[in-house]
Design a protein around this ligand. Sequence first.
Ligand code: FES
Length: 107
Amino acid sequence: MRYLTPRLSRKREVLVSVASADVPINGALLFRSERLALLRDENGFNALSLICTHLGCTVTVTEETLSCPCHGSLFDRRGSVLKGPADKPLEKLELIEHNGMIKVYGR
Ligand code: FES
């Protein structure tokens, strides 16, 4: 007997594609309409959702932190909570660096 099963592989969506050289070290590129930030430090790149894990406002990126204008939550550049009311880290998005390009995949 043979069963038909739905394919589980969902096609991942590329949210942004950018040249890695365009992301400054210790800086960030913001993609407002995608609500994500691509951050870079000495260790490499990190893509974070800018959707606050408290009630969904868009967080802003400063030099040292990411802060939410709605109720004051604060996150570090890795997305970990520094100050509530948010109690979960910002969503880390998958990224792939290849041939000098970075692609961030989403949701
Ligand atoms: S929505 Fe960000 S702190 Fe409330």
